[in-house]
Design a protein. Structure first.
Length: 364
């Protein structure tokens, strides 16, 4: 009984439909005539349609399209308009139910991040209307259309001609109602490319919101590109203090913080210098990747073994009152000089470097 109740809670619509079907059998007892009630052509078409949509959804097509649109939106009104229009036009091809099942959960996630409860409710109301109004435009828009289309042997052109005036009027009304949404700015979440551009990535928004719900902060790191002509590193995402601060402040959320890679910041041609970036980032800085290099290549060597001067870096950290994480990222040092049998000797070296850095920090 307990398992049945759990199933019922997880599938309430299916449970109610099953219960209604059982009740109807009391009034119309089952017989051979039941088989004629089912239009197998319609059911097969719906099944194939659902499979196609499920496949597209599983590979992130819908989220990718939506994220691309959001990237160009910028305000709550435009986001709402895009989502409502997506429901309207997608319902013509994937049915009203599938359109809502696809875009309403995404709307909930997006507006949870934006923090606009009133607009979220209004957008979902408009999406529901849009999905139902858009689905009436095509034979495959909803099961009723499929049934009528097949039962009365309608021609596709006749169907479109009949529904076009009502469809256009519905679209105009939805568009007008969308203008009631506020023009509040909103941020786009995606992947920061090495060139400093934001691009959409499937799943990043649910991941970010889940992390926030669990109290986990997400840190973005300064990176570098390589200039073959100059034979040195060059600008990449968050490589300078200005670009780093711009990207952190654009999201303006305490759960998105800065992770400064000391080695990247000190590479010739790419960064602003670690000490300068620390002072500029200030409270935004909550994680550090510490390793050494020759100021030219991303060597990931143990601190104090190559060319970086860590004294001004420790002083800058002390100056801003840094209380975040220190991560020794000298993985190349361990790979090059140790193996599985003696890796703990390398760990002792890392401990020595950590103690030395701690002493610099305390004495700064």
């Amino acid at each position: 009984m307990k398992r049945f109740l759990q199933w019922w809670k997880g599938q309430p619509v299916l449970g109610i439909s099953l219960l209604a079907a059982l009740v109807s059998m009391c009034f119309v007892p089952p017989d051979a005539g039941y088989l004629s009630y089912c239009n197998r052509a319609v059911l097969i078409q719906l099944f194939c349609l659902m499979l196609t949509v499920a496949g597209l959804r599983s590979i992130g097509v819908f989220e990718q399209v939506t994220q691309n649109l959001l990237k160009r939106a910028g305000t709550v009104r435009r986001v709402g308009m895009f989502l409502v229009q997506l429901c309207f036009f997608s319902a013509m091809l994937v049915t009203n139910d599938v359109a809502l099942l696809t875009f309403v959960p995404l709307t909930l996630l997006l507006f949870q991040e934006i923090g606009d409860e009133k607009s979220r409710i209004w957008v979902i109301v408009l999406e529901t209307a849009a999905a139902n109004l858009g689905s009436m435009m095509t034979p495959v828009g909803n099961p009723q259309n499929l049934y009528l289309y097949a039962a009365y042997q309608l021609h596709t052109a006749d169907f479109f001609r009949t529904m076009l005036p009502a469809g256009v009027l519905s679209w105009l009304i939805l568009l007008g109602l969308s203008f009631l949404l506020p023009k509040t700015p909103c941020a786009f979440l995606g992947e920061l490319s090495l060139q400093g551009e934001l691009r959409p990535v499937s799943g990043v928004l649910p991941m970010a919101l889940a992390a926030k719900d669990c109290g986990v902060k997400i840190a973005t790191e300064n990176m570098w590109n390589w200039d073959d002509a100059k034979d040195e590193s060059c600008f990449a995402a968050c490589a300078t203090s200005e670009s780093f601060i711009e990207h952190i402040d654009a999201v303006n959320d305490p759960y998105l913080v800065a992770c400064l890679d000391i080695g990247h910041a000190e590479m010739r041609g790419s960064g602003s210098g670690a000490a300068n970036m620390i002072r500029a980032l200030g409270h935004r800085l909550q994680a550090l990747h510490i390793h050494d290099n020759d100021r030219w290549h991303d060597s990931h060597q143990i601190p104090f073994s190559m060319s970086i001067d860590f004294a001004p870096i420790a002083a800058a950290l002390k100056e801003i009152g840094y209380k975040g994480w220190f991560t020794l990222e000298a993985d190349h040092y361990l790979k090059e000089k140790f193996n599985a049998e003696n890796v703990f000797e390398g760990m002792k070296d890392l401990h020595t470097a950590a103690v030395r850095f701690e002493k610099l920090f305390d004495e700064a």
